[in-house]
Design a protein around this ligand. Structure first.
Ligand code: S3P
Length: 171
């Protein structure tokens, strides 16, 4: 039978709260592949949390680290990779993903995203104002770019299991 995703990495993209990490973990288990979270790898490489990276070094420096980490992960054995919401917006990172992986956009309505990110403080971009305003502005800017993903899956109201199956079915 055909190997899943042609043996390439599967990369989940989408906004904060879309469920990239949660669905990614489930999908990796289902496909019997390792799961890697890009944000966690960046934190590990930097030795500090994402919020601290933004605060001390700024977003541009975070994106540089993100680019490096993702490029390295794409070159290794085929994993399921959850990326931070801004990763696919970076031209170089997006090019690397499109060349080396199958990309999946987890598309979710604003209210679902808001519900999931409520009360979290580890996302520096959401601490700069009203989360609804920030997310809807990000949505407007990012959705046209996320739409370049190979596969688009709407996040299911029925939950993670359903969304995971929808992704697996589309690979
Ligand atoms: C970001 C999303 C975050 C993290 C960083 C920036 C973004 O990841 O990478 O805070 O630009 O949307 P999640 O999408 O996993 O929250």
């Amino acid at each position: 039978s055909r190997p899943i995703a042609g043996g390439r990495p599967v990369v989940l993209v989408g906004l904060m709260g879309a469920g990239k990490t949660t669905v990614g973990r489930r999908l990796a288990a289902l496909l019997d592949r390792p799961f890697v979270d890009a944000d966690a790898e960046i934190e590990r490489a930097a030795g500090i949390g994402i919020a601290d990276i933004f605060e001390r070094y700024g977003e541009a420096e975070f994106r540089r680290g993100e680019r490096q980490v993702i490029r390295r992960l794409l070159a290794g054995p085929p994993v399921v990779l959850a990326t931070g919401g801004g990763a696919f917006m970076d031209d170089e990172t997006r090019r690397a993903i499109r060349q080396n992986a199958v990309s999946v956009w987890l598309r979710c309505p604003l209210n679902t995203l808001l519900r999931r990110v409520a009360g979290r403080t580890h996302r520096p971009l959401l601490n700069q104002g009203n989360p609804r305003d920030i997310l809807s502005a990000l949505m407007e800017r990012r959705h046209p770019v996320y739409a370049e993903a190979d596969v688009i899956v709407d996040c299911s109201e029925e939950g993670v299991e359903q969304t995971t199956r929808a992704v697996a079915g589309a690979l």
